[in-house]
Design a protein around this ligand. Structure first.
Ligand SMILES: *[C@@H]1O[C@H](CO)[C@@H](O)[C@H](O)[C@H]1NC(C)=O
Ligand SMILES: *[C@@H]1O[C@H](CO)[C@@H](O)[C@H](O)[C@H]1NC(C)=O
Ligand SMILES: *[C@@H]1O[C@H](CO)[C@@H](O)[C@H](O)[C@H]1NC(C)=O
Ligand SMILES: *[C@@H]1O[C@H](CO)[C@@H](O)[C@H](O)[C@H]1NC(C)=O
Ligand SMILES: *[C@@H]1O[C@H](CO)[C@@H](O)[C@H](O)[C@H]1NC(C)=O
Ligand SMILES: *[C@@H]1O[C@H](CO)[C@@H](O)[C@H](O)[C@H]1NC(C)=O
Ligand SMILES: *[C@@H]1O[C@H](CO)[C@@H](O)[C@H](O)[C@H]1NC(C)=O
Ligand SMILES: *[C@@H]1O[C@H](CO)[C@@H](O)[C@H](O)[C@H]1NC(C)=O
Length: 907
């Protein structure tokens, strides 16, 4: 009954209003209500306090509404007819002001004349630029306000508590006051903050709220339970507010709720309840939270639901819930990264309204259903990073509205003809990387007018045999990945003319391309250029100054590095190793080092000096100049490169004393100087030799003399990530997301008895010393027994004397120990039998005597490990005469005493 009478009453009001309008118009000949002079002047003052600046608004329909506001002559004021101004028909007071998207720029003061418009009921100022003003607390002057929209207007600071006094508000939107940050476009800075106590007052006091949008306001609070009392609420959007704690499940029961978005509140927990009745929910977005539990099959009761985004949950459903197939109204479904496995259920075949369908990064198995070809409205389809098998259904050629198709990283197979996509005029992102597909382009290509224009095309590992001819007509490519294919021969000439302004990423590495490249790379905005693992020859091409990554390793480039490369001021990663490059290195490789992180020049024929003068902004983390003909001394300014982790100088003709000054580098983990002319006594010029992080030291094949210095890794680190991987993570954060790891072919070989062991990933816990083939003399220092992380120790081919310290038995991780070709004497200590991981052991060609400790892995070794020691006996050598029983080990006390004495001497 109540409803009926309200209904009749409202009809009556409408009739009365109409009557009033008719009468008013009759009397006043279609006049607007007349405006109060002081309100008119307040509005004009308000207008004057801002500039009109087109960059202040970003909506398409934006225009300067206040431009039409003019002081009226003739003693009357017509502000009620001004654009964006609404007056009360009876009283003439301004009750509505809509200046959304009006190009307003300037700061908004608390004493603004606007606040004299005390009758205001509706205020919309969204999409302007108030230049980081605070929301004025004078907002309290508007007690009748029902509608307040301050979204996307560069308001900043604390939201004043006065907002929660506006108890008539039905609509409050403070969303999207953010500043975009160039370096992290996906994570803008949030400008507004709301005190947790103000959040509580807000939901307690504003009991008439229908729409509440606080997205991107930093709230850092729990969601007050009293929010569940807002029974008129139809829309609640709190994306990225740092809300935490338990999401009050009763919010799902709000009778009128149509829109609920709580995405990107990582610490907000909660679950989806059973839905017992139909509900008006149209949009439900709970992705990137800590919600858990299952998607209940009762979700099918939400028969109005159009958008469902629950990506990145820890769901305990193991299969994609087939009940989702009953949500016939769905236009957008995202259940990515939510641990779902199993096949895509056939029940979803009824979701023909979908425009967005994402189930990436899960464990989907089975084939891609061909009924997807009936989803004619589909715009965005993403099944990337799953375990799907079979072929791409031919029915996909029906998806006329498709714009984005991501199928990378599955186990898909079969031939994919480009023809399938040719009619998909809107397709601009296609990712087929990392499957077992064979992507073929018919040779009789097709009118370009009918081709899709791609911006992203990922055909990495797609058995492509030639540059696809349709590329010729691509004018908008930003990212093109053709790496790891079977492309032979030359780069077609037309390639150099495609997408000249737009291309940012080009990866054609890992093919069989054999070609000479143009002197200048033509893409003016290119940032990533990957040519590695082909047989390119001729000069290294010169890329544009925008380049960040230049990967050209494993080719046959010849000639010098042009000094023009020094113009690449953005360069962070340069890998031209394993080519036939020659000449001197441009000096700029040292001093344009702002930003350069990886410098890999190994295995070429460079001669002359290392680039000199690294300045104190040096950010290099890896330098590899090994296998060249560099000579002379190392530049001392390398000590400015405090980020340096990996320095490989091996196989050159450097001639210098040991660079003890590198010991100040706090991150240096690997120092390799093998096969050079380094010489002299190490460690006499400094008292404090640090090298705090050194894990791998290779000084072999040089001319070092004197005693073995204490510069060795001795810290226990239990992290298991590889050093290279760590560097890669830093580097990759700068990289366009891709499947390529720029450090993947960087490795380090440790020589064990002529055998190059190849460590492609140097584990953090790994430590190795190789000082073989020098002229070190004196005893093996006792401190080596403290280097408990050592996996490999090679001190062969020196002139070491004395006995083998029993403390070497402490090196429980040791896998290889080579003491051969020295002048060591005495017995093999019994303690070495404790080295249970030892796979390689060599004490040959010394003057050791006595029995080999019996009954352990030491006796199972090849006798060549012991040969050349006339006094040694016992298995695997011939039996000892009367010394059959092992001798007691030499006193360890004595050994450690002498060891520490030696350490002190060096200090
Ligand atoms: C008020 O101003 C409007 C135009 O600004 C004019 O059309 C109207 O005649 C004026 N009314 C009076 C009463 O002066
Ligand atoms: C305000 O004006 C814009 C057009 O500039 C319009 O799109 C919007 O719906 C209006 N807002 C209100 C609350 O009337
Ligand atoms: C508001 O206050 C500022 C100083 O805080 C002053 O510059 C400005 O003129 C005042 N505006 C009005 C409209 O009174
Ligand atoms: C609620 O609003 C009234 C004014 O309308 C104010 O006096 C009161 O402090 C507010 N309550 C809270 C909890 O903010
Ligand atoms: C699609 O809906 C129809 C009609 O309700 C139903 O008969 C059919 O079983 C559904 N299809 C699937 C695959 O669930
Ligand atoms: C193909 O595209 C190019 C450049 O977009 C244009 O110049 C040419 O006329 C087009 N050819 C056909 C056959 O449409
Ligand atoms: C090492 O020193 C010896 C003489 O001291 C010299 O003949 C030899 O060339 C040096 N080796 C290197 C690699 O510099
Ligand atoms: C020991 O090593 C040598 C050289 O590597 C090899 O020729 C010989 O066969 C090995 N002997 C045994 C018993 O394995």
């Amino acid at each position: 009954m109540g409803n009926v009478s309200i209904h009749m009453l409202s009809k009556l009001v409408v009739v009365l209003l109409l009557f009033h309008l008719v009468v008013a118009n009759f009397v006043d000949t279609l006049q607007q209500p007349s405006c109060h002079a002081e309100e008119s002047s307040a509005l004009l003052q308000f207008k004057e306090s801002f500039m009109i600046d087109k960059s202040a608004s970003s909506n398409d329909g934006a225009y300067p509404k206040v431009s039409s506001w003019k002081p009226a002559g003739g003693g009357n004021s017509s502000c009620c007819s001004w654009d964006g101004v609404e007056c009360d028909e009876m009283t003439g007071h301004v009750i509505g002001l809509n200046l959304s998207s009006s190009y307003l720029y300037g700061s908004f003061d608390s004493n603004s004349s606007l606040f004299s418009l005390v009758h205001l009921q509706r205020l919309s100022l969204s999409d302007n630029n108030f230049n980081y003003s605070q929301i004025p607390s004078s907002i309290r002057n508007f007690p009748s306000l029902t509608h307040l929209d301050l979204s996307a207007s560069f308001f900043s600071g604390q939201v004043p508590s006065e907002v929660s006094h506006l108890s008539k508000l039905t609509y409050l939107d403070l969303c999207c006051n953010i500043r975009e940050i160039e370096t992290s476009p996906d994570d803008p800075q949030r400008l507004l903050k709301l005190q947790p106590s103000d959040m509580r007052s807000l939901v307690q006091n504003l009991t008439s709220l229908e729409t509440l949008s606080l997205s991107f306001v930093n709230i850092s609070s729990i969601i007050p339970v009293s929010l569940t009392n807002l029974s008129f609420l139809t829309s609640l959007t709190v994306k990225k507010c740092d809300l935490f704690g338990e999401f009050p499940v009763r919010i799902f029961n709000l009778q009128n709720l149509k829109v609920l978005s709580v995405r990107y509140n990582q610490d907000l927990t909660g679950y989806l309840p059973e839905f017992n009745r139909s509900s008006p929910l149209i949009l439900l977005k709970v992705a990137f939270t800590s919600f858990f539990g299952t998607i209940p099959s009762s979700i099918e009761k939400l028969n109005s639901l159009q958008e469902l985004d629950v990506a990145q949950w820890n769901f305990s459903n193991s299969l994609v819930p087939s009940a989702l197939g009953n949500l016939r109204q769905l236009t957008s479904l995202d259940i990515s990264a939510s641990r779902f496995g199993g096949p895509i259920p056939d029940s979803l075949a009824n979701l023909t309204q979908l425009t967005v369908f994402r189930v990436s990064t899960s464990s989907l198995t089975g084939t891609i259903p061909s009924w997807l070809g009936n989803f004619s409205k589909l715009v965005y389809l993403d099944f990337a990073f799953n375990r799907l098998i079979g072929s791409i259904p031919a029915s996909f050629s029906n998806l006329k509205n498709l714009e984005i198709l991501y199928l990378q990283s599955n186990n898909l197979s079969g031939v994919v003809e480009f023809r399938m996509f040719q009619k998909l005029q809107n397709l601009y992102q296609l990712q087929l990387n990392l499957n077992n597909l064979e992507f073929v382009t018919e040779s009789n290509i097709i009118m370009n007018a009918t081709l899709p224009q791609f911006s992203i095309l990922g055909l990495n590992l797609c058995n492509v045999r030639e540059f696809p001819s349709f590329l010729r007509y691509q004018t908008n490519l930003e990212r093109l990945d053709l790496s790891r294919n079977k492309i032979h021969g030359q780069v077609p000439n037309w390639m150099w003319n495609i997408s000249k302004e737009t291309l940012m990423f080009l990866d054609i590495s890992d093919n069989f391309i054999s070609d000479e490249l143009p002197v200048f790379i033509p893409w003016v905005n290119l940032q990533w250029l990957r040519l590695s693992f082909n047989t390119f020859h001729g000069r290294l091409p010169i890329p544009p100054p925008s380049l960040l990554e230049y990967g050209a390793t494993n080719n046959k480039f010849t000639g010098e590095i042009s000094p023009l490369l020094c113009n690449m001021s953005s360069l962070q990663f340069l890998d031209v190793s394993k080519n036939n490059l020659s000449g001197m290195l441009p000096q700029c490789l040292g001093n344009f080092s702002d930003g350069l992180i990886l410098l890999l020049l190994g295995s070429n024929s460079f001669h002359g000096m290392m680039p000199q003068s690294y300045n104190n902004k040096c950010s290099l983390r890896m330098i590899d100049v090994s296998h060249n003909q560099l000579r002379g001394q190392l530049p001392k300014s390398l000590a400015n490169c405090v980020m340096l982790e990996y320095l490989v100088l091996s196989n050159n003709q450097f001639s210098d004393v040991f660079p003890i000054w590198l010991g100040t580098l706090p991150q240096l983990k690997l120092l390799a100087m093998r096969h050079n002319g380094f010489n002299g006594v190490i460690g006499q010029s400094r008292t404090n030799v640090d090298f705090p992080q050194l894990r791998i030291l290779d000084l072999s094949y040089n001319n070092f003399t004197g005693e073995i210095p204490p510069l060795f890794p001795d810290i226990a680190v239990n992290m298991s990530t590889s050093i290279l991987e760590q560097v890669y993570h830093v580097v990759s954060s700068l990289y366009y997301p891709g499947s390529y790891n720029p450090t993947r072919n960087i490795s380090y070989s440790i020589t064990i008895k002529g055998l190059d062991l190849h460590y492609s990933k140097i584990q953090e816990g790994f430590a190795a010393i190789d000082i073989s083939s020098n002229k070190f003399e004196g005893k093996i220092p006792e401190f080596i027994g403290n280097l408990k992380e050592l996996r490999s120790l090679n001190i062969s081919s020196n002139i070491l004397t004395g006995s083998i310290p029993s403390s070497l038995g402490n090196l429980r991780n040791l896998e290889s120990l080579d003491l051969s070709q020295n002048k060591l004497s005495g017995q093999i200590p019994q303690q070495l039998t404790m080295l249970t991981f030892l796979g390689n052991f060599d004490v040959s060609h010394n003057t050791l005597t006595g029995p080999i400790p019996q009954g352990t892995q030491l006796t199972s070794l090849n006798s060549t490990s012991y040969e050349g020691n006339p006094g040694l006996c016992g298995d695997p050598l011939p039996k000892c005469g009367n010394q059959e029983a092992p001798q007691p080990p030499p006193s360890t006390e004595e050994d450690s005493d002498s060891g520490s004495a030696r350490t002190l001497e060096i200090d």
